[in-house]
Write a protein that binds this ligand. Sequence first.
Ligand code: NDP
Length: 249
Amino acid sequence: MGKLQDSTAVITGGNSGIGLATAKRFADEGAAVYIVGRRQAELDQAVQAIGGHVRAVQADVTQLTDLERLYAIVKQERGGLDVLFANAGAIEQRALEAITTEHYEQTFDVNVKGLIFTVQKLLPLMRAGGSVILTGSVAGVKGLPAHDTYSAAKAAVRSLARTWTMEWKGRGIRVNVISPGAIDTPIIDSQAATPEQAGALRAAFAVATPLGRLGRPEEIAAAALFLASDDSSFVTGIDLFVDGGLAQV
Ligand code: NDP
């Protein structure tokens, strides 16, 4: 019997990296999993890779009509929701002088607006005992050059978990943040112009991390499983760092 047997989970950003590894883990633990992302081909590949009880819903978390469609699908097919992993996110490194309104909007739209409305739209489906998990970042508590908007957005995510912990008092729904350190996913490549630059970025992150390496997406999935399952039944409002020590020292 899996730790999420017969439960229903939605994972945004479930077609890549951390979300994909978590979808696999949740499916292995017996959950019916909905993965959400914009790229249909990656969603299709992820469904193949995950196996088990998984369904892809193509949606952009910054578009409220997409989120309303997601709500309707989960409601019709499952009647309710036990785990919501609001994990979709993106980064474009820019220092203050280079920030444009477009860059600002892109960063905050996916990392903050998308997360807020994902939770707002799906919360009515959450059953008592449910778990909402938000993906933050070590960037939310670190001063990192050229991470101006991204770090601010991830700090907002941590703040929202505090607020929602109190807003949902008495409803039996827990909300926690996972803050990954440097994890080896395509988001690292998205910050580099060439494969060589991506390699240098990975090497720099490994040196900066006390455990001396990047994390694996499966290591975040293990933490997400903890927060999703009854193993964390008395845990709410926390920021769980899974970062090889990067933001701890
Ligand atoms: P990936 O690039 O592998 O995954 C990002 C995911 O977000 C993709 O599935 C992407 O799918 C989805 N996504 C992006 N924009 C949208 C959107 N508008 N609507 C729906 N889905 C969207 O990176 P990771 O797995 O590493 O990132 C997952 C989370 O972890 C992010 O929130 C990131 O900020 C955070 N994080 C990652 C760290 C790392 O080092 N890897 C460190 C700290 C935090 P699609 O493009 O198809 O829409």
